[in-house]
Design a binder for this molecule. Structure first.
Ligand code: NAD
Length: 276
């Protein structure tokens, strides 16, 4: 594949760049994921709440790519937290995807007010020991939630998938993950495309390398060691976003992007988010 892997803390390989499908309707997911697989993506990031596990699964089946060459992530929705309900939600996701195992299963949000993420994670450990999922992890966990998980469960999460882009660089989380052997995965790596791709410093670096701003931002993530899952339904952008393995940002470029941090979230704060 075009995309080099990272090695998760249990030895499993995961492509460092994958394809995100949030907000892609189920009937468009098959085509978008199909285009991504054709373009060389071998990792797909979906979730039960996205409502497109079926379309995603159809695209994987139709691609003819051997199952062990595609890395599939899905996520446990908030309403399904709890030990037994997690096991049922997993079965439902697996059936919708049409698969017999999942590569990476994540707790979508911690919902600290509901106090169920430890029980949910214990169900993840059961799924892992039964071989139904190759790696388990979390999403939107703050260091305090990870601390509790590490204290009360036995398997260190392989991944914490968090909002991360040049305006929200998450230095404290990244440092904590590094100490614990957890890989950081960036959601909304392009800041959802909005103002970020017009920031003058990023546009200037793009011109210098004869690349697009999106490619510069993705390259910054990769050189930091983040796993990234950019989303697009536009075929030319899908191809553009994976075409980032034949150039390198220099230390000056990296410093200019690192100077853009504003600790500004687009999405909800995990400490208080409790929908579902
Ligand atoms: P993103 O940062 O990937 O931005 C996607 C948007 O950027 C596109 O809709 C498009 O408008 C624009 N874009 C994409 N490629 C472009 C290009 N080459 N040039 C110009 N514009 C471009 O945002 P996202 O979809 O929010 O995040 C990516 C993935 O992360 C999601 O699809 C999903 O899989 C995951 N995610 C997870 C969570 C979570 O809570 N775990 C939350 C949000 C997203």
């Amino acid at each position: 594949s075009k995309v080099p892997p990272i090695i998760l803390n249990n030895g499993v390989e995961m492509p460092q760049l994958g394809f995100g499908v949030w907000q892609v309707p189920d009937d468009e997911a098959e085509q978008a994921v199909g285009t991504a697989l054709e373009a060389g993506y071998r990792s797909i990031d979906t979730a039960a709440i996205y409502g497109n596990e079926e379309g995603t699964g159809k695209a994987i089946a139709a691609s003819g790519i051997p199952r062990d060459e595609v890395f599939v992530t899905t996520k446990l929705w908030n309403a399904d937290q709890g030990y037994d309900s997690t096991l049922r939600a997993f079965d439902s996701s697996l059936a919708k995807l049409g698969l017999d195992y999942i590569d990476l299963y994540l707790i979508h949000w911690p919902l600290p007010s509901k106090n169920k993420y430890v029980d949910s994670y214990k169900a993840f450990e059961k799924l892992y020991s039964d071989g139904r999922v190759k790696a388990i992890g979390v999403s939107n966990f703050l260091p305090e939630h990870l601390e509790r998980l590490l204290g009360e469960t036995s398997i260190v999460p392989a991944i914490n998938q968090i909002e991360l882009h040049p305006h929200l660089q998450q230095r404290a989380s990244r440092e904590f993950h590094g100490e614990q052997g957890i890989h950081t995965e960036a959601w909304s790596p392009l800041g959802q495309g909005k103002g970020l791709l017009e920031v003058p410093a990023i546009v200037a670096i793009a011109q210098k390398h004869n690349r697009t701003p999106a490619q510069i931002v993705l390259r910054w993530h990769l050189q930091l060691g983040n796993v990234v899952i950019p989303k697009s339904v536009t075929p030319s952008r899908i191809r553009e976003n994976i075409d980032v393995f034949d150039f390198t940002l220099d230390t000056e470029d990296l410093a200019a992007i690192s100077a853009l941090n504003e600790d500004r979230r687009i999405g909800p704060n995990p400490a208080t988010f409790d929908i579902g």
